[in-house]
Ligand binder design. Structure first.
Ligand SMILES: [Zn+2]
Length: 317
């Protein structure tokens, strides 16, 4: 029997990203909804890995008790001074801001598994070549959120070349529609078999990157949810349920002029061509970064990557 695990999924407890003066929630998904959706997708293990917190993981664990066919693994995607590291099978939150070595020690102290998410990412803090020096169990070779072809293909090539780590596929989903595009296949069923397979390096990354239209849907969904919460807050319509919501807490703390600025900014973002233009612009930006990176590396080992990269960047246009 082959199991199917998503080893990297976010909930609305993942905090906020920013773009200049504007901020946006990293995810608006309720942990309970994420758990339910994972069972519909056929996952038998779901790992909740919010940024620098385990609040969502604890809530998801409680929600998962209602399902016999899903094991919930609590994890955290931790910002270290050297890039992001995921700890799986954790029981206690690990603080952000330590070095990679200190963070890995803290994961090991809890008996956790150490994963390098999107190790060669071009757009989020990643460990890059530091994976060679660190005590890491697994690296992601298919991260569905990395639509540039370089990050995943380079990770796969390095994994094949060195054979030192288990290879994982993961959705890195920040929204419900982006779940399920990539996963980890392993022999067995449930969290104990998954853990055993990771430690024996007997698991396989499966799936593909999230289609660009779903990525655009996610960004529109996030902006619209944030707008709704801003309007509720300005009209004084916050109920006790909303008051616990991390996005609402952040919005409540904002001065009125910033709430208005947020609404104006999102209005322009939601004008029909803007999300699509933004995706084309980011495709071009990726293309430039990838070419710079490949030029800095050995040309003989990268000719294949360059071809697939150019194809994928063309697809984005
Ligand atoms: Zn992530």
């Amino acid at each position: 029997m082959l199991g199917r695990a998503d080893t990297h999924v976010h909930t609305k407890y993942s905090g906020f990203g920013s773009l200049g003066p504007l901020f946006f929630p990293e995810s608006v998904s309720d942990p309970e909804d994420v758990v339910k959706h994972a069972t519909k997708l056929g996952d038998d293990v779901l790992c909740i890995t919010d940024h620098n917190t385990m609040k969502g993981a604890f809530k998801a664990r409680d929600a998962a008790r209602a399902y016999d066919n899903l094991d919930l693994v609590m994890g955290e995607e931790i910002n270290t001074t050297d890039g992001e590291i995921i700890g799986l099978w954790l029981n206690e939150e690990i603080p952000r801001g330590m070095t990679a070595e200190e963070t890995i020690d803290a994961i090991r102290d809890q008996g956790g598994i150490v994963v390098a998410p999107h190790p060669f990412s071009l757009h989020v803090p990643a460990l890059q070549d530091r994976i060679f020096e660190l005590d890491i169990d697994a690296i992601e070779t298919i991260n569905a959120g990395h639509i540039d072809s370089y990050s995943n293909s380079h990770a796969q090539r390095i994994a094949n070349m060195y054979g030192r780590w288990a290879t994982l596929g993961a959705s890195d989903a920040h929204s419900m529609p982006t779940m399920g595009h990539a996963w980890t296949e392993y022999r067995g069923l449930g969290e104990d078999d998954l853990r055993r397979c990771i430690l024996k390096k007997e698991c396989y990354a499966r799936g593909y990157c999230v289609p660009i239209d779903k990525a655009i849907d996610w960004s529109i969904g996030v902006v619209m949810q944030a707008d709704m919460q801003i309007i509720k807050s300005m009209l004084g319509l916050i109920r006790s349920h909303d008051a616990e919501d991390p996005m609402q807490c952040k919005i409540q703390a904002l001065p009125t002029h910033k709430k208005i600025l947020g609404l104006i900014g999102s209005f322009f973002y939601l004008l029909p061509p803007v999300p699509h233009v933004a995706s084309i612009a980011s495709g071009r930006w990726f293309s430039k970064r990838i070419k710079q990176k490949l030029i800095a590396e050995k040309p003989d080992t990268n000719s294949m990557d360059m071809k697939s990269t150019e194809r994928s960047v063309d697809d984005l246009r």
